[in-house]
Design a protein around this ligand. Structure first.
Ligand code: HEM
Length: 442
């Protein structure tokens, strides 16, 4: 479009940008939601990481060959011979690992600011499904280089299913595409990783963003004890929110680039199905479950505990709460104090539990009989639930806490214990999965 003086008028471009941005964002937003410490920009960071993953994933597809004979060679070729091939692979690797941590922190932020209450209840469920899809994407991608690390990490993870009663063996064979890991496993994982999961992920993410918008944007920050939602001053999305989002995006890209230049994505020697490393560990995000398996009967470690915990977390927004403290970090000053006490109690108690169990019963029996399931599963689980609930009830009494504060405490206990399990599995397990210091010996 030309102005009267014959110059190009820049207005249309700004107009296109505005139209594009305002499809995803409202025209104005409450000023308080711009504060970085309200959301920490975590949802935006996760979005940028997913975009990096999709972009680099597409580029990797040009060189990767999904068969056990050629996969490893194709990754080596990409890494050593293709211009910027190694860098693209490193960016994909670091984005994949970082996105899990960032999304976990986003989940914690949403939980601790009470942003899972109505009208955001269903978006909590959608978010959790996205989290599960991301875990699956990571896991299916892990196998693709077909080196010793990826082959055995996936073998041990899929092998855990064998312990499940009735459907375990069937499930394991279905995932592997046969009785053992081989060409069918790799092509299954490749198809799921590069086609099925990205489509599901992008669809759910778009739905997630739409629900955020439909709920009127992110929850408005409130001070403890302030009644009702704030009547906040509103400011235009462009430039206020847009500039902040671009800054966060640039920072994320910078961090990923630095990590990718300084640290190579791991690649060991080609997979050797006849030579398992000792210890054989699952990918880091499944180490909590592998650690559970060392303490509980497989029926409990793989089924009862993860499914009950997931069910509890998924349905959290649908409990009956007398109040809806959305937008307040940790609910109240009291809630904050309770949270610290819970975390400081949960860490040593979980560590002591792990030590006692390792000392007296190194590994629970996996047999599917009444005695094994009682002594290795039901009794220790009931003891753990009693300690957790007992502690939360005592704290509830001591602080005269309400239901929101009590539920928050229980979830924090659960998450802290799971994180201690994960850290133990990653850094404190050595040869034969025995407990040891990260620097050796114990
Ligand atoms: C790749 C995964 C994810 C991406 C890209 C993503 C992205 C976003 C973005 C951009 C926002 C708005 C800004 C912000 O809160 O930072 C948001 C809000 C939200 N997310 Fe996510 N999210 C993801 C996963 C999750 C998970 C795992 C959960 C929870 C289980 C979740 C639940 C929510 C909820 C309830 C909101 C509304 C929060 C509020 O109103 O304050 N999301 N998400």
């Amino acid at each position: 479009m030309k102005s009267k003086a014959g110059h190009r008028n820049p207005k249309p471009y700004a107009h296109y940008l505005n139209t594009f941005v305002l499809h995803f964002r409202p025209r104005t937003i409450p000023e308080g939601t711009l504060k970085f410490t309200h959301t920490w920009g975590l949802g935006g960071m996760a979005t940028v990481l997913v975009m990096l993953l999709m972009g680099t994933g597409l580029l990797l597809k040009f060189y990767y060959l999904p068969s056990p004979e050629k996969a490893y060679q194709s990754v080596l070729y990409l890494k050593n011979e293709v211009l910027f091939g190694g860098l693209v692979r490193n960016i994909h690797y670091w984005s994949a690992n970082l996105v899990l941590m960032v999304v976990f922190l986003h989940f914690i932020r949403v939980f601790l600011t009470g942003a899972f209450h109505a009208p955001r209840r269903f978006n909590w469920v959608v978010g959790l499904c996205i989290f599960l899809l991301l875990l699956l994407s990571n896991f299916t991608g892990y196998l693709l280089p077909w080196d010793q690390l990826s082959y055995w990490a996936v073998t041990i993870s899929v092998g855990m299913l064998e312990y499940l009663p009735f459907a375990g063996r069937w499930l394991q064979e279905m995932i592997q595409g046969g009785v053992e890991m081989g060409p069918a496993t790799l092509s299954n994982f490749y198809a799921i990783h590069t086609a099925v999961l990205p489509v599901l992920l992008v669809s759910l993410l778009l739905f997630h963003f739409w629900r955020v918008r439909k709920a009127g944007g992110v929850v408005i920050p409130r001070k403890p004890d302030s009644p009702g939602e704030n009547q906040e001053r509103r400011v235009p999305t462009i430039p206020h929110l847009l500039l902040r989002e671009l800054t966060v995006a640039l920072a994320v890209v910078a961090v990923i680039l630095v990590l990718s230049i300084l640290f190579e994505a791991p690649l060991m020697e080609k997979a050797n199905p006849g030579l398992s490393p000792n210890p054989t560990k699952a990918p880091w995000y499944f180490m909590g479950i592998q650690e559970l398996l060392l303490h509980f009967h497989p029926l409990f470690a793989l089924l009862v505990i993860p499914l009950s915990a997931l069910f509890f977390i998924f349905t959290l927004p649908y409990f009956h709460y007398p109040e809806n403290p959305s937008g307040i970090w940790l609910i109240s000053a009291k809630g904050r104090k309770m949270a610290w006490i819970t975390i400081l109690f949960a860490v040593p108690v979980t560590v002591v539990g792990i030590l006692i169990q390792a000392r007296f019963q190194p590994s629970p029996a996996g047999a599917l009989n009444v005695q094994a399931t009682l002594s290795g599963g039901a009794i220790p689980l009931v003891l753990c639930v009693m300690v957790m609930s007992g502690f939360c009830l005592i704290i509830k009494r001591l602080f005269s806490a309400d239901r929101n504060e009590t539920v928050q405490n229980f979830v924090l206990f659960l998450l802290t214990a799971f994180l201690v399990f994960t850290v133990t599995g990653i850094w404190f397990r050595g040869s034969g999965m025995r407990l040891m210091w990260p620097w050796g010996g114990m």
